[in-house]
Write a protein that binds this ligand. Structure first.
Ligand SMILES: [Zn+2]
Length: 113
């Protein structure tokens, strides 16, 4: 039940950056405010950087696409996704993203343990 509520909040909440950390807010919507209350979350609720922000060092924006940039598959925000699409020079990649992608199977494309 808690997991279902979190999934709903992640889908409909508003993604923001607060104190240079990824976060999610209700945007003042009462249904989301009730859900945040049930989860015991502050508004805005700070999210972990790994999994909730762009894979480029220093970027805390929400990832909106996954694509290959140079020799690595990355989860990128709109801005960095556009740079990757235009094959611009890739800024440094976060260490956890490099670690994650070292586990990706080259044939299936799935992450393996
Ligand atoms: Zn970015």
């Amino acid at each position: 039940m808690k997991e279902a509520l979190e999934d709903m909040v992640y889908q409909f909440g508003y993604r923001v950056v607060v104190n240079n950390k990824p976060a999610i807010t209700t945007g003042g919507l009462s249904a989301l405010e009730e859900a945040f209350g049930a989860l015991g979350w502050d508004d805005p609720h700070i999210l972990p950087e790994d999994g909730f922000s762009c894979d480029i060092v220093g970027c805390m924006k929400e990832p909106s696409s996954g694509q290959t940039w140079g020799d690595i598959y990355l989860r990128l925000c709109r801005e960095h996704g556009g740079m990757a699409f235009k094959k611009e020079e890739r800024p440094p990649v976060k260490e956890y993203a490099t670690r994650r992608e070292s586990r990706r199977d080259k044939v299936t494309g799935f992450l393996v343990d």
